[in-house]
Design a protein around this ligand. Sequence first.
Ligand SMILES: [Zn+2]
Length: 188
Amino acid sequence: MTPSVKLQRKRLKKVPSWKDVKSKKELNLGLDHNNRSGKNKSAKTMGLPCKCKMKCFDKISDNIRKTVFDEYWGLGDHVRQWDFISRCVRIKEKKVATTSSNSRRALSREYYIPINFVEIKVCKVMFLNTISVTEKIISTVSKKLNMSPVIEHDMRGKHTNRPHVIGTTVIDFIKEHIAMFPTVESHL
Ligand SMILES: [Zn+2]
């Protein structure tokens, strides 16, 4: 890479204006807002329940779904929303029966909706529609977890009985770590 190319790629650091900050906050709260290009984005509304064979719609009423929706958007902060998602999405290795040795590891996601202390397994559509997000954010969160396997929290004195985890269970392990930190407001 030549220095001139480097120079062009370097972005000027932009100090966010009050308008940008306000817009971002409203975006994270799922509220009606104008985006940075001034286009109005309507407030988030909960999507329809699924119609799948698992009948997730029988497991969770619309009232409860709305509570979860409000909880998610009430976080109002994308990091906390990522954290929320990371606790609801599990990556599992698909059990694929293979006859040859060139089997590839297939990973799939499982979605859970937390209701009080119980997690209800739902299909992807139900999960995405309930908190009204797209699959893109799930990929973002998954990537973040994969890229930063070390969560910078001091975990000493915990997990003394936990065996070593390897391979695909690492992701679940990380999520358990995250789940141990309740999303409380920081002391401001
Ligand atoms: Zn479903």
